[in-house]
Design a protein around this ligand. Structure first.
Ligand code: ZN
Length: 119
């Protein structure tokens, strides 16, 4: 069964919503950027057709590195990582569960993804 989720950065300038499988667990990744963010992310990448992103003009920051396939987005005002487009499924999104309304990331089981060794 799918569910509607809404999220935002800390200051509210970046917002997103999507419909997806009920969040029963999340995933943490040990790649060079995720290990620094420390965020719990949703497990099933979200199709770009299925996520609505709203951001104030000029406020959505984008960071890329190495292959530049993944796109890491954050709020330029409050600095919070809200979502990124994945390297494994380009164009598809994972979101920061800590940004989602009504979901406690600390109450979810965290899977572990060995992104550091992903070639
Ligand atoms: Zn913000």
């Amino acid at each position: 069964m799918t569910q509607q989720y809404k999220g935002s950065c800390h200051c509210g300038a970046v917002r997103f919503s999507y419909e997806g499988e009920e969040l029963l667990k999340g995933v943490r990744c040990n790649c060079s950027i995720c290990v620094r963010k420390g965020a719990l992310m949703n497990t099933e990448p979200i199709s770009p057709d299925n996520i609505i992103i709203e951001a104030e003009e000029g406020i959505l920051g984008k960071y890329e590195f190495l292959t530049k396939t993944a796109k890491h987005y954050f709020c330029k005002r409050c600095g919070i990582y809200t979502f990124h487009q994945t390297r494994s499924q380009p164009g598809f999104y994972r979101v920061n569960i800590g940004c989602i309304e009504g979901v406690d990331p600390f109450a979810l089981v965290a899977d572990y993804f060995d992104g550091k060794n992903m070639l």
